[in-house]
Design a protein around this ligand. Structure first.
Ligand SMILES: CC/C=C\C/C=C\C/C=C\C/C=C\C/C=C\C/C=C\CCC(=O)SCCNC(=O)CCNC(=O)[C@H](O)C(C)(C)COP(=O)(O)OP(=O)(O)OC[C@H]1O[C@@H](n2cnc3c(N)ncnc32)[C@H](O)[C@@H]1OP(=O)(O)O
Ligand SMILES: Cc1cc2nc3c(=O)[nH]c(=O)nc-3n(C[C@H](O)[C@H](O)[C@H](O)COP(=O)(O)OP(=O)(O)OC[C@H]3O[C@@H](n4cnc5c(N)ncnc54)[C@H](O)[C@@H]3O)c2cc1C
Length: 620
């Protein structure tokens, strides 16, 4: 049998309505149709070909990226694509490019932190790409510790200007994407100084290069920071270095939505939390969570197709060998990743809703949900990107030696994806932010302030700290309420234990530093609970299509029970379940594997692209 026949054979076995599953994945029929149409558009356009990019030199790769970006922009205008369609087109072009930062951070930062006048001045030029901007926050010396940034913006009342300066080598901006070669402007973060007083980090728009000849303006030193991990991959991006030598900008180039400096040089804080200066990071973290399921489903798709075609051992009387997908070990490594793709998809949808909700609240001066939104975006960004990066590597191994070939698509996918664990906040640093939020929640438990939203379960901590799991047989683990309570109890107990242990330290900060590992694990437990609970909420919705809901229920159980198996130590040590119940969960998991149908419809386009890539490659 040929490879395609094996695929067809497996597809025939699918016991669910594939078309309806595609819609569940996309979020709506309209979203699916847009995705499908744009995918075909990109796949059929030779400018967007991607089979050769790992073989290009950095210079040629960069030129190829610029060509694609310009062509994408041309197509967006010619076809009058909507914002959603344009964003899909960039997604399927699938090559990191300076426009990601222009559209993804520069513009959102002006929208989120600029006042009305500033938005009117800068956004039309940015929308037409008459200016191209990047987001220059990180410095050589400080990335995670934003309050430690050293670049200064000193107000000069005589000229009504800010003087932007890099006082030390470590204050050089280092990493911003789009900075190295392309950007004409940067949104830079610098310490605001008025009348000798330091007011902390604020955002400023600075022009870097001439709009006539693209040369750096006086006082600006700028360049590309060089090759990054892997061939192709993130090397299509011009991550850059930037230094300022007393560069003068007008006062109104400080983003004044959160704080202002008056003509007299008086610093004024608006009636909004100063953390709104970090708002663009919250926005992008939410986007990164939505993107995790896309990267993960690509990897799972490749590994699944391979596992169906690949046969090793087990031939009887000259018959076919065993498909590797039929090995329980292959299933136990692959199916939880397939289930995770769906789990991340649904939690990503929910996070998008949460972000829209907080944006509307902020407009109405309601800041009450900001800490929760920060904790959710930070925690979910951390957990989903770490899991996805690990999963891509696991998928490579699931494809045996062939997974190591560039033409499998997996090495490049890994190389391009893995910095997501670092950019937009190192994943451990972000987990510790979640832990701070959890410790604050626990400390307020007796105060009469009722926890709501994703921490509502903490309000039932009295019950959760002493409840006993009632599982007696393997199939008891199929009940969503049993799973949910086990995850709630584990998260509550881990947080409460950390809070108790913190009280043993006279100095809370010292305690936080000493207990950081436990705190990060408590944060993971909390975030996994959010993902599990959002999957359950999704299953409570009306999901049409023969067998679709059933298949999603199986995937939910696989996701939750594989997590339970992986973190069995936490569940047992915190007394939420007994070792015997843990063994029953594992038994149920094994039974579930034979019910998974792996007609993964989510990325048909990628399958086609992969096949094309395989056919064009000399090595296959
Ligand atoms: C395919 C795309 C196509 C086209 C493009 C179109 C669209 C694309 C859209 C999106 C892009 C999608 C993907 C992006 C792809 C690539 C991304 C590429 C590059 C990434 C760019 C970057 O990396 S930018 C730099 C990011 N840097 C960081 O993330 C730094 C991490 N550090 C921090 O965030 C903070 O310093 C901190 C969180 C560690 C805070 O530390 P600390 O506590 O010391 O700080 P403070 O004293 O300042 O804070 C005290 C209190 O404030 C709370 N807090 C902190 N942060 C926030 C926040 N963001 N919101 C709300 N509240 C916050 C903190 O919890 C403290 O609260 P207390 O109550 O305890 O006081
Ligand atoms: C591909 C890529 C693109 C990027 N694009 C941009 C961009 O466009 N604009 C921009 O401004 N920046 C950008 N960055 C920078 C990025 O945001 C930072 O690298 C990131 O925030 C991590 O900061 P850091 O490099 O200072 O790491 P560090 O903080 O130095 O981390 C090093 C190690 O220290 C640990 N650590 C640090 N602090 C703590 C703590 N308090 N407790 C426990 N452990 C800790 C971390 O967990 C990590 O293991 C990009 C980075 C990459 C890799």
């Amino acid at each position: 049998m040929e490879a395609l026949d094996y695929h067809a054979e497996e597809r025939r076995k699918a016991e669910f309505d594939v078309e309806e599953m595609k819609i569940v994945w996309a979020g709506s029929r309209q979203a699916y149709e847009i995705s499908d149409r744009v995918a075909r558009l990109v796949a059929s356009d030779p400018v967007f070909r991607k089979d050769n990019r790992t073989m290009l030199s950095r210079k040629d790769l960069f030129k190829d990226t610029l060509r694609k970006a310009a062509h994408a922009w041309k197509r967006i205008i010619e076809l009058r694509l909507s914002e959603e369609e344009a964003s899909k087109l960039r997604f399927f072009v699938d090559q990191p490019v300076f426009t990601d930062l222009h559209w993804g951070m520069f513009i959102p930062a002006i929208k989120g932190q600029g006042n009305e006048e500033q938005q009117q001045k800068w956004l039309p030029m940015a929308y037409k790409m008459q200016i191209i901007g990047c987001y220059a926050q990180t410095e050589l010396g400080h990335g995670s510790n934003v309050q430690g940034l050293e670049t200064t913006a000193t107000f000069d009342p005589e000229t009504d200007e800010f003087v932007i300066h890099s006082p030390t080598l470590t204050s050089s901006k280092w990493w911003p994407g789009g900075l190295g070669k392309v950007s004409t402007h940067a949104l830079i973060y610098a310490r605001l100084i008025t009348d000798g007083q330091d007011h902390g980090v604020h955002g400023f728009i600075v022009q870097l290069r001439s709009l006539d000849d693209h040369l750096p303006l006086p006082g600006i030193t700028v360049g590309d920071i060089g090759m990054k991990f892997g061939s192709g991959a993130y090397n299509s991006m011009d991550n850059g270095v930037l230094r300022f030598d007393h560069v003068r900008i007008l006062r109104d180039q400080m983003l004044m939505g959160v704080s202002q400096v008056t003509r007299e040089g008086k610093f004024m804080q608006s009636d909004v939390p100063r953390q709104l200066v970090y708002g663009t990071m919250v926005y992008v973290r939410q986007k990164i969570v939505a993107d995790a399921s896309c990267a993960l489903s690509r990897a799972v798709c490749i590994a699944t197709r391979y596992s169906v075609v690949r046969r090793q051992f087990g031939s009887h009387n000259g018959g076919p060998e065993t498909q590797v997908i039929d090995y329980k070990t292959q299933q136990s490594r692959l199916f939880p990743l397939l289930a995770s793709a769906y789990a991340f998809r649904f939690v990503g949808e929910w996070l998008k809703w949460l972000y829209t909700d907080v944006t509307q609240r902020l407009q109405a001066s309601d800041f009450s949900t900001l800490p929760e939104v920060h904790a959710c975006t930070a925690g979910l960004k951390s957990v989903t990107t770490s899991a996805t990066a690990d999963a891509i590597e696991e998928c490579r191994k699931l494809c045996g030696g062939h997974g190591y070939l560039s033409s499998s698509g997996l090495p490049e996918l890994f190389a391009v994806y893995v910095p997501a664990c670092t950019y937009e906040g190192d994943n451990v640093v972000l987990l510790l932010q979640v832990a701070r939020f959890l410790m604050k929640t626990v400390s307020q438990l007796g105060s009469g302030k009722k926890p709501v939203g994703t921490i509502a379960y903490m309000g039932r901590s009295e019950h959760l700290l002493q409840c006993r799991c009632e599982v007696e047989r393997a199939e008891d683990w199929l009940k969503p309420n049993v799973i949910l309570e086990a995850f709630e109890a584990r998260a509550a107990r881990m947080s409460v234990t950390c809070a108790k242990n913190l009280n043993n330290f006279a100095n809370q900060e010292e305690g936080f530093a000493q207990l950081a590992t436990d705190l990060a694990e408590a944060a993971v437990a909390h975030v996994q609970l959010i993902i599990v609970s959002k999957f359950i909420e999704k299953l409570q919705q009306d999901i049409p299509g023969k067998g679709v809901k059933r298949q999603l229920e199986i995937l939910f159980n696989v996701y939750a029970l594989s997590l339970l198996h992986k973190h069995l130590g936490d569940f047992v040590a915190s007394g939420c379940i007994t070792p015997k119940q843990g063994a029953l969960a594992n038994e149920q998991l094994r039974l579930l594997y034979s019910q998974v149908h792996f007609d993964n419809p989510s990325l048909l386009l990628y399958m086609v692209l992969l096949l094309e890539r395989l056919l064009q490659s000399t090595s296959f």
